[in-house]
Design a protein around this ligand. Structure first.
Ligand code: ZN
Length: 668
């Protein structure tokens, strides 16, 4: 089974395809670090107010999150295949405290406590769920003789542990293990497929185990984090707070769950792709109805209805939270219009029948009345943000103004499952602006603004120097005006990145904002920014792609990616045309370098005047891309047949862009 994380080697350049599953890594010189501080009075006051604003007396979620509990393993501790800790809730033990600390928004704390429920749960007869073993849950659906697994988590190790727990606690007929008949991936995000290799092998799949996924799954799984991978990977460290120590002054929860696990990622190509808007399938006596929901929470996603169980799997299109229309780690913006429509369609198809609804994250909902209420309000949450943002946009409000203005009606805001634990109304309103209007606010003063460093130096000069700004900002800090302090001190830091006082003051402001945030990922972003201002960017190990992911790479995506690696200055004036022939697949492409741009034509294209023709099998191509073979060795052994090797190596030598996985964010 291919489940080792390898790095993706291309030509002379070594490039890690960051996929956002950041490993926890801590600085070695811990004692030298500036520790996090306490909540300021303004923060304590803001957090205390939350108790009055939200319906804490409604504790149904605490019952539901425990409902059907069967068993777990101590601390949900799961070791990785390389001896590392792949998953553990031990470091979140502080959430069992009696009192909510001043440094955490009580609403986020509540979600953090709810997400501590972990282990195997029975959802209804024949349906089980393992929660709290990874950021996402794995579902186990019993068929006549076997089981179907839905969404096998991020890592091989966590998915395997989840299945082992089920086998240990729920014996099959006659005490036998129920065989895995199929794995269903509800959508293309890695936390729902990366662990597939822990529950089935490629050999199992070759012997008939089905891998079922929505239309476009493989392409989306491989491509979504490819082109901007290094930037997304770096920013994902902020989103999940991966570099920070967990605790009342650190990460508490990411809203959806704790964080991504730190294990091996795998991918097996689907054998059954769901292509019809609503498609039926019977598997080992179990009827299944799939409802496609493309371009909602993920580019490829589907909901699943089990009529015999009156159970709806809502994938990640519904959860006990307000989800992201835009992901802060960086991603293409999502379509709120397609999203609400998908929920509405599901409500129409299954709303009158469903007795239980479960999700890829957070705990299930039982009872038809509660399900219908939940579906309506999750639908209306996205519909409201979409429509009311556009209304404000049409009234002339720009992005920041729309976000500042937009508030949910009480009927939505008072439901715990609408709260801003992951996405927020604020940044989702900005996402709607981005979707329809884009980056430009229409004000020509902002059309070609100076970049941050240039502007910062001038601001500082006009304002009479850093010391004057810091003195006034310090007063604003004591008044609790943290948003402004962060904003103004950012100018000082960008003008004078070595100004310690400025860095500390900005860090202090970001920290207070983090302590007040209801969204787990806002908190993580703020606290990571504060950490890096105080301590610099820590060392952390690079993450990689799964071999399965690289095997699924199409030539189109591969050539697109090569273009991003092109050293434009070195390529200046060069013209190189290469015929590519993947012999066993019959795939022919023409790759052309001209004007420092790499373009391609294919499949089924060949140039009669190419400088080079390269022939190889897909296995050789994969071996090179997974670092098992160098181009030079492949050419020498004849695995790559090339009529003009120097010209090929010329081009490959130009693909040498380097991406620093530790690039600066809060400093220039
Ligand atoms: Zn997910």
């Amino acid at each position: 089974m291919e489940n080792r994380i390898l790095r993706f080697f291309i030509a002379a350049g070594l490039v890690g395809l960051m996929i956002g599953s950041a490993s926890t890594a801590l600085c070695e010189d811990k004692h030298k670090q500036v520790p996090p501080k306490d909540a300021e009075p303004a923060t304590a006051h803001a957090n205390a107010k939350v108790w009055q604003e939200l319906p804490f007396s409604n504790t149904d979620d605490f019952d539901d999150a425990k409902n059907g509990f069967i068993a777990t393993i101590p601390d949900a501790l799961i070791y990785g295949d390389n001896g590392q800790i792949a998953w553990s809730l031990k470091e979140y033990e502080f959430l069992y405290a009696d009192k909510v600390p001043r440094t955490v928004n009580p609403s986020l704390w509540r979600q953090g406590v709810l997400n501590m429920n972990n282990g195997l749960f029975k959802i209804t007869d024949g349906i089980y769920q393992v929660r709290g073993f990874d950021v996402a849950s794995m579902m186990i659906i019993e068929t006549s003789t076997g089981i179907i697994l839905i969404d096998p988590m991020t890592s091989v190790e966590t998915a395997r542990a989840a299945l082992e727990l089920y086998y240990a606690k729920v014996p099959g007929p006659g005490g036998a293990k129920r065989p895995v008949m199929a794995v269903i991936h509800t959508h293309s995000h890695i936390d729902h497929w990366g662990g597939v290799g822990g529950v089935v092998s490629q050999a199992d799949v070759d012997n008939g185990v089905k891998i079922i996924a929505p239309d476009g799954f493989l392409d989306a799984a491989v491509s979504e984090n490819l082109f901007a991978g290094n930037a997304m990977g770096r920013r994902a460290l902020y989103q999940y707070g991966s570099l920070l120590e967990k605790g009342p002054r650190g990460p508490v929860d990411s809203g959806l769950g704790k964080a991504k696990s730190n294990g091996a990622v795998s991918l097996i190509a689907p054998t059954t792709v769901i292509t019809q808007p609503v498609q039926n399938l019977t598997l080992d006596g179990l009827d299944i109805q799939f409802m496609l929901a493309p371009e909602t929470e993920a580019p490829a996603e589907m909901l699943i209805w089990f009529p015999q169980f009156k159970a709806l799997c809502a994938a990640e299109d519904m959860n006990h939270l307000n989800h992201n229309l835009y992901t802060l780690r960086g991603a293409q913006v999502r379509d709120a219009r397609k999203w609400w429509k998908a929920i509405n369609q599901a409500l129409n198809l299954f709303g009158d029948k469903a007795e239980v609804m479960f999700f890829a994250h957070t705990w299930p909902v039982w009872g038809n009345d509660k399900i219908v209420n939940f579906m309506k309000k999750q639908r209306d949450l996205y519909k409201y943000v979409h429509d009311q943002s556009l209304q404000l946009i049409n009234q002339g409000y720009t992005m920041l103004e729309v976000a500042e203005e937009l508030k949910l009606p009480d009927s939505l805001a008072q439901e715990w499952f609408s709260r801003d634990y992951y996405g927020t109304v604020n940044h989702n309103a900005k996402a709607v602006y981005q979707k329809y209007i884009g980056w430009y606010d229409g004000n020509p003063a902002n059309l070609n603004a100076l970049p941050p460093e240039e502007a910062a130096k001038r601001y500082l000069e006009y304002m009479g120097g850093a010391h004057k700004v810091i003195a006034r900002a310090r007063a604003a800090f004591h008044a609790g005006d943290y948003r402004w302090v962060a904003q103004i001190m950012n100018h000082v830091v960008f003008a004078e990145p070595h100004n310690r006082e400025a860095r500390q003051l900005e860090a202090d402001a970001l920290e207070q904002l983090g302590y007040q945030a209801e969204s787990g990922i806002w908190r993580n972003h703020y606290l990571t920014g504060a950490y890096e201002l105080r301590n610099g960017v820590p060392e952390f190990p690079a993450t990689g792609s799964s071999v399965g992911q690289l095997r699924a790479l199409t030539l189109d995506l591969y050539f697109d990616y090569l273009g991003i690696l092109l050293n434009a200055a070195e390529a200046d004036g060069k013209v190189i045309v290469i015929n590519w022939n993947i012999t066993d697949k019959g795939e022919k492409y023409v790759l052309s370098l001209e004007n420092s741009a790499l373009t391609y034509l294919g499949p089924g294209k060949e140039s009669a005047t190419a400088d080079v023709t390269v022939k190889m099998t897909r296995a050789t191509f994969d071996a090179i891309n997974t670092g098992q073979l160098t181009w030079q060795a492949a050419i020498a052994s004849g695995a790559v047949q090339v009529d003009n090797p120097n010209k090929l190596l010329d081009l490959l030598g130009l693909l040498n862009a380097k991406f620093d996985p530790r690039f600066n964010i809060v400093t220039p």
